[in-house]
Ligand binder design. Structure first.
Ligand SMILES: [Zn+2]
Ligand SMILES: [Zn+2]
Length: 270
């Protein structure tokens, strides 16, 4: 499995200013091409990083905030060859499919009808993809009440992705066993905010879950001012677990080993 970060920004202002990009994360193996949380720029950044949008066969939406859903309809059009070929999976939080409180539905009925399978992300609903990959949705705590994190089960082990969430008791149980843990750490030390993880929360989680590698992403303005690298170093110091602050375009090879492939094409920051 190769994982590409098509952006590492998150929250309203990182997104509006594009201080870091917000294109989501692509997971590619021999049989699957999965795009998770395609925020603004996902289409452009797919081209920029040579990840053909026509190759996508699964789109996953974890919640109804624009830094996660903005480009989703155009990626569904790519996945279905402009809607001419009913194909692909759309795995969605409830607010992607229908109204949940003040959220959603963020994907039109027209686009939902283009795919061959729409599946609701619900805890306990294990979703099988090609090649023995299984997606296990995990309910987390964010302003969209239907927000779900994910555990992606592969033959080489589990990858956990928290999506946006407050820290809460019981998170360990949901993400335990993850070899690679991708955390949306929007806030740095001494700056926590409801609905998002901070560096202190990340230390607690990493100590509880003990993955092999932890990757931080989804950086807000305060995090970028403080320096995600420094925050990752702090987490590593407190947990003794390899901790990396993701960069736009960073790739990770997830096999028996977990290897950083570096940044393919560094892109301009504003
Ligand atoms: Zn977000
Ligand atoms: Zn959010």
């Amino acid at each position: 499995m190769e994982i590409t970060f098509l952006g590492t920004g998150g929250g309203r202002f990182s997104t509006i200013y594009q201080r870091r990009k917000t294109g989501g994360i692509r997971f590619v193996d021999e049989k699957n091409n999965i795009h998770i949380d395609p925020g603004p720029g996902a289409l452009l950044l797919s081209h920029r990083f040579d990840l053909n949008p026509l190759d996508i066969n699964t789109v996953i939406l974890t919640h109804a905030h624009p830094d996660h859903y903005n480009d989703i309809e155009v990626l569904i059009e790519a996945m279905t060859r402009g809607g001419t070929n009913k194909s692909g999976n759309f795995l969605s939080c409830e607010s992607g499919l229908r109204k949940v409180g003040n959220f959603g539905p963020v994907v039109s009925e027209y686009h939902r009808d283009l795919t061959s399978r729409n599946v609701l992300l619900e805890e306990g609903n294990e979703i099988a993809l090609k090649g023995n990959i299984e997606v296990s949705p995990k309910k987390v705590r964010h302003s969209d009440p239907s927000t779900h994190g994910l555990v992606i089960k592969t033959e080489e082990g589990r990858i956990g992705y928290t999506s946006d969430t407050s820290f809460f008791e019981g998170m360990r149980k949901k993400f335990e066993g993850s070899r690679l843990l991708v955390l949306n750490v929007t806030r740095p030390r001494d700056s926590s905010i409801k609905g998002h993880l901070s560096t202190e929360d990340a230390v607690k989680l990493v100590n509880e879950i003990e993955p092999e590698v932890v990757v931080l992403t989804h950086f807000g303005f305060k995090m970028l001012d403080k320096g995600p690298k420094k925050e990752a170093e702090f987490i590593e110091e407190k947990t003794d677990i390899k901790s990396i602050a993701a960069e736009d375009g960073m790739k990770i090879k997830f096999n028996e080993d977990i290897n950083l492939r570096g940044i393919t094409k560094p892109i301009t920051r504003y």
